[in-house]
Design a protein around this ligand. Structure first.
Ligand code: ZN
Length: 483
């Protein structure tokens, strides 16, 4: 007779050898049977969906995050907190390590807001010869990253190369309206302290606000001050020589405080040589909330922007979390308040779960819920493709990533990857946004999502990421690529 212990071992071996495979086979058969009985809408397509990801999981996240119940996940609202809590619960269920505050998956961020108590002014010229232009009368503040600024005037045509900007200048841009709107981003990215342009809005805006900042963070992404000028003021400015001193400022109200929330989890890497070169996968969980109704709909659901990216990060967390432990650490971060200026990611960059120098790269997912007609159906584009070796290397390893074909849109600077890139992380955004008309409209809802495309897009990243998580590849900026 065998010992009890040995018998148990024997039984266990027998179960492993004979019973388990039968059970697994039976479960697989049951799963495929139930799939036949209850086909998902995507199964109607000819090419079968990849099995590495779970199509109903993707649909379920989207159905919740983009539902009217979440009221558009407005930045810094209670609805955003519900979205962050849902995401945190999923990261927990996938067995990820909490990487938020005090052993939780949530990172709470205090936001500081400042506004003016009287119309601010733009002072043109020095000393007693200076003219003073008032907000609401001669000019209009459109956006302010700084409560006050001063710099020399630089006049530029909208078609001018952004490289012509003198860093620190207050740029007055002239030309065709559409070109002016696009030029602003390029000029700001090249170091303009402020951008001025003609065209005051008829709508009476109250006293301006300075863009809110997370408490305890510096202005990482550079200055973003936009001022519209009245016709007479624009003509007067045009007549002044470059170098004329322009000074902006006013009286501020006391600070106001509010909150936003990030959800963060991670898979700790298993290889001491590589686990300090972590991968950060991210998206933003917020959108525009409830706003101006369009055709009777006031909920800006943000299904594509960016429930789709959030869902991609969640599904990648599930798949990668269920696989063998990777050599590198993988951090999964869903940021709050991207839509109000990348506030959640700014805070994350100042309060990362690992020292920032140990986060080697970031892939940020934005708007992958619909294919971009400019590309092949299953392709995704990467912002700032030519800036680093990350996108091309992932493409070599099977990712369906290609270069962003609309550099004039400055997408590289328009999402959470940008602040992280400014901090040195090789950070890009993955997208298939084809400039659709539902961008930032209540009509960006579930009905417009192409789940077949979205599921394939997420699945296409699994193997390249598994390679990346185990390879000793070092991502690096190309010369001049780091913003
Ligand atoms: Zn977005």
């Amino acid at each position: 007779m065998m010992t009890k212990m040995r018998q148990n071992e024997e039984t266990l071996r027998w179960v492993r050898r004979y019973v388990a495979p039968v059970l697994v086979g039976w479960m697989l058969a049951a799963a495929s049977l139930s799939a036949q009985v209850y086909p998902t809408p995507t199964e109607a397509k000819k090419v079968p969906l990849p099995t590495s990801v779970c199509a109903p999981c993707i649909e379920a996240h989207m159905e919740f995050l983009a539902s009217d119940a979440l009221r558009g996940r407005g930045s810094g609202t209670a609805d955003e907190l519900v979205a962050a809590t849902y995401i945190a619960a999923q990261l927990h269920a996938y067995g990820l390590t909490p990487a938020g505050d005090k052993g939780t998956y949530i990172q709470k961020v205090t936001i500081v807001k400042r506004g003016f108590s009287a119309p601010p002014e733009l002072r043109v010229g020095d000393g007693n010869k200076a003219s003073v232009w008032l907000h609401g009368k001669d000019m209009q503040v459109r956006m302010l990253s700084d409560a006050a600024f001063a710099g020399p005037l630089q006049k530029l045509d909208a078609a001018a190369e952004p490289a012509l900007v003198h860093p620190g200048a207050v740029v007055f841009v002239t030309g065709d309206n559409t070109k002016v709107r696009h030029a602003r981003f390029g000029f700001v990215a090249k170091g303009a302290f402020a951008v001025l342009y003609e065209g005051m809005d008829d709508k009476v805006e109250g006293l301006p606000q300075v863009m809110p900042r997370p408490e305890g963070t510096a202005l990482e992404k550079g200055h973003f001050n936009l001022i519209r000028l009245g016709a007479a003021t624009a003509t007067a400015l045009q007549a002044l020589p470059d170098g004329t001193l322009l000074t902006f400022g006013g009286t501020l109200k006391p600070e106001e405080h509010s909150s936003t929330w990030n959800a963060v989890g991670m898979i700790p890497g298993g290889d001491p040589a590589l686990n300090l070169d972590a991968i950060l996968l991210s998206a933003h969980l917020d959108h525009l909330g409830v706003g101006e109704p369009v055709k009777g709909d006031a909920i800006y659901n943000g299904a594509d922007d960016d429930a789709s990216g959030t869902t991609a990060v969640l599904e990648l967390a599930r798949v990668l979390g269920a696989g063998p432990r990777p050599k590198r650490t993988i951090i999964f971060a869903l940021f709050g308040s991207e839509e109000s200026g990348g506030l959640g990611s700014d805070y994350f960059a100042s309060h990362p779960p690992l020292p920032l120098q140990n986060i080697a790269m970031n892939l940020n997912f934005e708007m992958i819920g619909r294919p971009d007609p400019k590309y092949k159906p299953d392709e995704l584009w990467l912002t700032g493709w030519e800036r680093s070796n990350l996108g091309p290397t992932l493409a070599v390893h099977g990712a369906k990533l290609v270069a962003d074909a609309r550099p004039e849109q400055e997408f590289f600077a328009r999402s959470d990857n940008y602040g992280l890139a400014k901090k040195g992380i090789v950070a890009h955004t993955v997208s298939s946004f084809g400039l659709h008309a539902d961008y930032h409209q209540p009509s960006d809802d579930l009905a417009k999502i192409d789940f077949d495309h979205m599921t394939r897009a997420i699945a296409s990243m699994v193997e390249p990421l598994q390679w990346l998580a185990n390879a000793d590849f070092a991502p690096a900026w190309n010369p001049g690529g780091k913003p």
